[in-house]
Design a protein around this ligand. Structure first.
Ligand SMILES: [Zn+2]
Ligand SMILES: [Zn+2]
Length: 263
């Protein structure tokens, strides 16, 4: 292979889609990691690092009282997220979940792992555990997006992945018909620790794609703690947000570029 061919081969490793950064959709920028350029990685991580974020559940509060923590007792459980669940950030996770774009799991997982390190959660973690889907949903879709993200994160952090540590029970009636309290009660009883691994004294990192009310993650954390885990952390790609924050982010260049391209 000659010079240019080598360069293309290298670019293809980092940018599987012909050298295009999945975030700014520009070509041949400096490679940070699979499918994301250095500039985008830094800009995206700046959002969670510079904005006012709830230290307990990762909600982008913009300095207001956190609505999740007002409704739910997280205890010592702490969750971090990378970006607000809106705009291109929501689109990316939807592409992964519903459009089968599994190649997105690596760059998103990579950014999540960087956030975990930044929050100081990485040091004591013994294992990475994905939030399980309902069995039927996973069958339908063919994969669990949280597992794909957890795999990428575990690899990046150099920690073991316990992909089946948690299992999820079936709900017998459609959740939509239930009241908020009934739903919450169902979620709280929906998970089981189903591994032989001893948890006592260990810290676990839970992985989910998004956090909305936090009830799912909280239920998983409770199960892990009941099984002996000393500390449980959570990381999600996207979390709740404050509208003012979005107005600011919408002005940044990678956001505009992507919207332009989509039109
Ligand atoms: Zn980029
Ligand atoms: Zn909170």
């Amino acid at each position: 292979m000659k010079g240019q061919a080598w360069w293309n081969a290298i670019l293809n490793i980092f940018f599987p889609e012909n050298g295009i950064c999945l975030f700014c959709l520009q070509k041949e920028k400096s490679a940070e990691y699979m499918g994301i350029c250095t500039e985008c990685a830094d800009k995206i991580l700046e959002i969670s690092e510079n904005e006012k974020v709830c230290p307990t559940c990762g909600y982008f509060t913009g300095g207001q009282e956190c609505p999740n923590c007002r409704n739910l007792q997280f205890g010592t459980f702490a969750v971090g997220s990378v970006v607000p669940y809106e705009g291109m950030f929501r689109e990316l996770i939807h592409d992964l979940k519903y459009n089968g774009r599994e190649e997105l799991a690596r760059p998103l997982g990579y950014l999540m792992a960087r956030r975990v390190k930044r929050l100081g959660m990485a040091r004591n973690i013994r294992a990475v555990v994905p939030v399980p889907l309902y069995y039927s949903r996973e069958e339908e879709r063919g994969f669990n997006q949280s597992l794909l993200l957890a795999k990428a994160i575990a690899e990046d952090l150099g920690k073991p992945l316990w992909s089946e540590a948690l299992s999820r029970e079936h709900f017998h009636q459609p959740q939509m018909l239930l009241t908020r309290e009934e739903r919450l009660k169902n979620i709280m009883g929906a998970f089981k620790y189903s591994s032989d691994q001893q948890l006592s004294g260990k810290a676990i990192l839970l992985v989910d794609d998004i956090i909305t009310t936090g009830a799912t993650l909280r239920a998983c954390a409770d199960v892990l703690r009941q099984a002996g885990a000393e500390q449980v952390y959570g990381i999600t790609w996207a979390g709740g947000y404050n509208v003012k924050l979005l107005e600011r982010i919408a002005g940044s260049w990678f956001y505009r570029e992507r919207i332009k391209e989509k039109k």
